[in-house]
Design a protein. Structure first.
Length: 286
């Protein structure tokens, strides 16, 4: 049976480094043979695999009890600093809905040096727009759908010094494009006129305009829409003339707008590129 001896331990940055020395039975027998009375011999001549007939097997040593190393002055402070730096540091900002219920913060965006997001609490106002200044507790920024119903603001984006998002204001227009100026919120336009939602999503600023996925009704399907900050939103592209292209996951790269879309030509959802003008193309049929 191999014997394991704890030989070295060292405290290093809140960790215990343990070095174990493994001694094979043959080496133990060599030590025993060297300790015999009689003429000295070369250790290389000691039979390693077969112990001398006259010797009893060596008794197993009693291991020393392990003791956790005592912290030196300043170690605790070092460990706390290490936790907050190289090992990272995470904490809950606030229990927005106190107790076991979830506030489920989502769709975050920085606007006017504050963090805005969608959340719910126990204030009977539903899922609404919340704000966190970086200190203190988060609080309700605006109750878009008055009462207990959810406006569910989503896909927040900052454009022209205002905060834009999709929401349902409870005004009978459904889910449409909304804007917030730091004080109050209002609907930008009823893109799909009437009670049907146009469902704006993936709001992205490109070439000083706000682009997003939406459906304006009239059989045009869900396509790329654009808002310039002044005039009513318009459909910017008709990628799939026979249906909906459903442009998603928009990102600006090298002065072009990239997104996923369905071209309606049998190639499925692929990566597309648009320069904001006449050049629209699918990158490849990945």
């Amino acid at each position: 049976m191999n014997q394991s001896y704890l030989s070295v331990y060292k405290y290093l940055g809140g960790c215990i480094l343990i070095v174990a020395l493994l001694l094979s039975p043959g080496l133990m027998q060599a030590e025993n043979a060297l300790a015999q009375d009689g003429p000295s011999m070369d250790p290389t001549e000691v039979p390693i695999d077969t112990p001398p007939d006259s010797e009893e097997p060596p008794a197993e040593p009693t291991p020393e009890p392990f003791e956790f190393p005592q912290l030196e002055p300043g170690d605790l402070e070092y460990m706390k600093a290490l936790e907050k730096t190289s090992l990272g540091y995470a904490k809950m900002v606030a229990d927005i809905w106190p107790g076991e219920q979830w506030s489920s913060p989502a769709h975050m965006a920085v606007y006017n040096s504050k963090l805005y997001f969608s959340a719910r609490s126990n204030d009977n106002k539903g899922r609404e727009l919340w704000v966190y200044s970086g200190s203190g507790a988060p609080y309700l920024a605006v109750d878009i759908y008055s009462g207990t119903s959810d406006s569910s603001p989503a896909f927040l984006a900052v454009f022209n010094n205002k905060l834009y998002f999709a929401a349902d204001g409870g005004n009978g227009a459904g889910r449409e494009l909304w804007v917030y100026n730091g004080t109050s919120a209002w609907m930008v336009a009823d893109i799909w006129n009437g009670s049907t939602s146009s469902l704006p999503e993936y709001l992205t600023v490109f070439n000083n305009k706000l682009y997003f996925k939406a459906n304006g009704g009239g059989g045009g399907g869900t396509e790329m829409w654009m808002y310039d900050g002044t005039n009513p939103p318009i459909q910017a592209l008709d990628i799939n003339p026979t249906g909906s292209s459903n442009p998603k996951y928009m990102e600006v790269f090298n002065s072009k707008l990239y997104f996923q879309a369905f071209g309606g030509d049998g190639k499925g959802y692929e990566l597309w590129e648009w320069n904001g003008g006449a050049s629209l193309k699918r990158i490849s049929d990945i």
